[in-house]
Write a protein that binds this ligand. Sequence first.
Ligand SMILES: [Zn+2]
Ligand SMILES: [Zn+2]
Length: 290
Amino acid sequence: MRIDLHCHSTASDGTDTPAELVRGAATAGLDVVALTDHDTTRGHAEAIAALPEGLTLVTGAELSCRIDGVSMHMLAYLFDPEEPALLAERELVRDDRVPRARGMVARLNELGVPVTWEQVARIAGDGSVGRPHVATALVELGVVPTVSDAFTPDWLGDGGRVWIPKHETDPFEAIRLVKAAGGVTVFAHPAASKRGRTVPESVIAELAAAGLDGIEVDHMDHDADTRARLRGLARDLGLLVTGSSDYHGSRKTCALGEYTTDPEVYGEITRRATGAFPVPGTGGPEALRA
Ligand SMILES: [Zn+2]
Ligand SMILES: [Zn+2]
């Protein structure tokens, strides 16, 4: 059983539509795939409609959080998408995205980079606009060779020349909100140091005490030593350990199913969740259009 619990679609900053994503997951030989777009559940309906037979969808989102000035991502699974308090928090984060991206365009213009809002909006398409879309514009303009090269102090990296902080949720609040909506929380790529400062282990211990369910250990941004350390930490704190691709289509290099989650851990996540159930693919008419 192959399980990938962290993927993005065009509903946020992935390049595959939700339908393309689930078809791709089936082609990649996955049995279970989670759709975890940034701060939105907008792609769920399309993914469900296109779900191939034999593939199960775990609904979720990746919530933008911040603690002590450090940005972090919290994966939330199988919560009730209509639960009002969690929905309001997601909207608060999302509504901030357009003014923030416009602000980054203005700063780039001040630095002499001829990027326009129209260009960034075109790249974002229907997705909720974010830094990867601005970064793609910088690649199009030849300012940087790749999207990753834009996430540096010179450009869009945290604290960088063009960086603008966004509204992010306190992770303790995120855990409380997700639990109240019947969901399960997993701290995404907790030691991805190339993205900027990371949260210390003491804080992960506090999050565990506050009800955090697990940490994502097998992720492309963690090397072998980091994974071993995180596995030990999870054991000490009684946390579940997940692995996933953090697939973004062609925007990042990791393939669907490149990292996976143990079926026993997946079983435990589904047992703990009460807000939504995994959706088994029936291979309906949308799915057959592949
Ligand atoms: Zn993330
Ligand atoms: Zn992600």
